[in-house]
Design a protein around this ligand. Structure first.
Ligand SMILES: Nc1ncnc2c1ncn2[C@@H]1O[C@H](COP(=O)(O)OP(=O)(O)OP(=O)(O)O)[C@@H](O)[C@H]1O
Length: 686
């Protein structure tokens, strides 16, 4: 019997069933919650965790896995707010124990480090992000002589993608090549050799890549003793966004709780948008049958977010999907005005239209933060970013170039990583090359010389400097001090910056601006208890916002949200604009290969539309910039409305064109310019 719980009164009956399932019972059978967009999934999961804890579950024995660290933090804060309603200030002590909340990769890294010795890993391992992994793949590819083959061997990026898909989907190389990379099928035996050498290099360098975190975890769970030990640490395992997990993640989950007891997974197959990372909706569909008796299924189909008109249009779009399991959503919110399908001339007008509407909304009391502009690909927002900067409208962009991708930030992190794990060759290489007079050959020699010793950093101190290396001593001293931990964490970042600063000044003209990022890095570092946690967490879940050149808006300032649709997952705004709702962008040119890919693009549009509460604008430029044309093309093509909104769906939208016809008498047709200056320029070279 669970305790009376007034905090559950606001939940609807299905949400409540999901929250109360198995709480207080001797055993808690597996539960699958299929939660449509805006149906209160996050809310429900947070209530479930709070309800468990308030009814005696040990928070230290709850594992909560979400799609991003941000989502995990939000979830634990929500749990605390709910618990506070019941326990007041004492709630903090209870929910503070929820320290196993994070992403699959983050939790995997922690568990693998804790069990490192048992599974033959050195616990000082560092983690490679995608770029580092591609660099290492490249090194190995080069060593094997594949970069000099007569016909072109797949690039490092393609090799890494193929490897990653084999690992995450649990598929054989031939199968992956046949289905996803047919143009590389002729290289099967070389790729096999390459991947074997790549795995070998990772092990010698004591690094794990993203995929390893899941792979090592899944392999660990196949050892009965370890599986029992790790699974036995948790009474409850809850997973959010289950539709975007892959085969390895499902294997890990079933390894943790083979009988399903204590397992709760929540997801929505209509919002599955990560198949390019080998995520599979089968995980959701097969979940109930993985247990005997099958898992309980609860469906949340009441949408609390959007007006009827917006929900109607979104339902109509997803209704055309070939295969679907979630039912149509319903709402008792007012009808509201229909979403607008806005025809504009080109991307410049698209940007102007959005700015005009956004400012109009702000005048009527909707802050910038309650408005978002969503797009399929990060580069699509470039013209809008220009217009916003010109008009002095602050914005924050999610899903674009990451803070951590900046060269100088990567340099600093490479130094810290090298100190943490001197066998990490990619990091060592990067750091050594920063020094004047150290080229690839001497860097290689240094790394070879120290790599085979028991204490590489001690060996570094004894090594004669490379012949032309400038200021070698200060490098060796800095590394030695950092390694000793004398400055303490996070103060050692200042020591690292002190060594790096002269190199930054020499390498980058805009060193001054870049220094500001290093200050920010030091600030971020102060939020972590140790160098190891800082490096791990930052690599796994980097801060994903970059802000406009006009400067980072302060947190309490108002700013417009710009986001890729992928990064908009799980969020909501009063007013939403979707850019480039045209074929070629949505579906993306890159995603029109197979019908499964097209279906995923349809779900992306659905995810974008269901982020809107009151007001939705889908913008359709008639011409848009495109890549990959020949030099004579003007790099613009005439576009047509996205195939996901065929004529028969138009009644769900209000169609407008902008600017109004009176302001611009029709769209000008493209005539030959009166003076063809371009032709003269071309003739100059004939
Ligand atoms: N029982 C309820 N009563 C009133 N409002 C609710 C209820 N449950 C959820 N909501 C509201 O519905 C909105 C959507 O909730 P939430 O963000 O949890 O949805 P979600 O299912 O995670 O959405 P999505 O999958 O689309 O990201 C929020 O504004 C939330 O406050």
């Amino acid at each position: 019997m669970s305790l009376p719980a007034p905090y559950l009164d606001a939940l609807n009956p299905e949400q409540r069933c999901a929250v109360e399932h198995g709480v207080g019972a001797a055993a808690c059978p597996p539960l699958l919650v299929i939660a449509g967009a805006g149906s209160g999934k996050t809310n429900t999961l947070a209530h479930r965790v709070a309800h468990l804890v308030l009814n005696g579950a040990d928070p230290y024995r709850i594992l909560l896995m979400t799609f991003s660290r941000r989502a995990a933090n939000e979830m634990t804060q929500r749990v605390e707010r709910i618990a506070r309603k019941v326990m007041g200030d004492r709630a903090g002590a209870l929910t503070g124990g929820l320290n196993w909340a994070g992403t699959f990769h983050g939790i995997g890294a922690r568990l693998m480090r804790e069990h490192a010795e048992r599974i033959g890993l050195d616990p000082a391992f560092t983690i490679h992000d995608r770029e580092d992994s591609a660099d290492l793949m490249n090194l190995v590819r080069h060593d094997l002589g594949f970069s000099k083959t007569e016909s072109r061997f797949p690039t490092k990026g393609t090799c890494l993608s193929i490897y990653s898909r084999c690992v995450n989907a649990g598929q054989a190389l031939d199968q992956v090549l046949g289905a996803n990379y047919p143009w590389c099928a002729g290289w099967a035996s070389e790729l096999k050799q390459l991947f074997a050498a790549y795995v070998d290099a990772k092990q010698r360098h004591n690094v794990l890549d993203y995929d390893d975190l899941l792979l090592y975890w899944a392999q660990t769970m196949s050892e009965p003793d370890l599986a029992e030990e790790i699974g036995g640490r948790f009474d409850h395992v809850l997973v959010d966004e289950y539709q975007d997990t892959n085969a390895l993640q499902a294997q890990v989950l079933l390894g943790l709780k083979p009988d399903g007891h204590g397992l709760t997974v929540v997801g929505d197959d209509a919002q599955a948008i990560y198949s390019f990372r080998a995520a599979t909706v089968r995980n959701i569909l097969d979940f109930p049958k993985a247990f005997s008796p099958p898992a309980r299924l609860i469906t949340l189909d009441r949408n609390y977010r959007s007006t009827q008109a917006i929900l109607g249009a979104a339902n109509a779009v997803i209704d055309l999907a070939r295969e679907r399991f979630t039912k149509n959503l319903w709402t008792d919110r007012a009808a509201g005005s229909p979403p607008q399908l806005v025809g504009v001339r080109d991307e410049a007008d698209q940007a102007r239209y959005i700015v005009e509407r956004v400012l109009e909304h702000r005048e009527s009391g909707i802050t910038l933060k309650q408005q978002a502009v969503l797009f399929r690909t990060s580069s699509h927002s470039a013209p809008l970013e220009l217009e916003l900067t010109r008009r002095n409208i602050p914005f924050v962009k999610f899903g674009g170039l990451k803070f951590l991708d900046a060269a100088h930030v990567k340099d600093m992190l490479a130094l810290l990583r090298f100190v943490q794990n001197p066998r990490d060759r990619v990091a060592g290489f990067r750091v050594l090359l920063l020094m004047q007079g150290v080229g690839p050959a001497s860097a290689q020699k240094v790394l070879d010389a120290i790599g085979s010793t028991a204490d590489p950093l001690a060996a570094l101190a004894d090594l004669p400097p490379p012949p032309r290396a400038g200021d070698w001593r200060s490098f060796v001293d800095a590394v030695g001090e950092l390694r000793s931990g004398a400055a303490g964490w996070p103060m050692e970042i200042e020591r690292a910056v002190a060594w790096y600063a002269p190199h930054l000044d020499r390498i980058h003209e805009d060193a001054e601006t870049r220094r500001a990022d290093l200050v920010q890095l030091a600030q971020i570092a102060s939020g972590y208890p140790s160098r190891e946690r800082f490096l791990t967490e930052l690599t796994l879940d980097p801060p994903d916002a970059t802000s406009d050149q006009a400067g980072v808006p302060m947190l309490d300032e108002d700013y417009l949200i710009l986001s890729t649709i992928h990064s908009a997952k799980g969020q909501e705004w009063k007013s939403v604009f979707v850019l480039n709702v045209v074929d070629g962008c949505m579906p993306s040119d890159l995603g029109t290969g197979t019908s499964a890919e097209i279906e995923e693009e349809r779900r992306l549009l659905y995810v974008a539309m269901t982020r809107a509460k009151d007001d939705l604008h889908l913008v359709v430029p008639q011409r848009f910039f495109t890549h990959g044309q020949n030099a004579m093309g003007d790099r613009h093509v005439y576009a047509s409305r996205s195939r996901f909104i065929p004529d028969r769906l138009l009644s769900a939208f209000e169609r407008v064109s902008w600017p109004k016809a009176s302001a611009t008498p029709g769209y000008p047709t493209r005539k030959a310019p009166p003076v063809d200056i371009g032709a003269r320029m071309r003739r100059m070279w004939q």
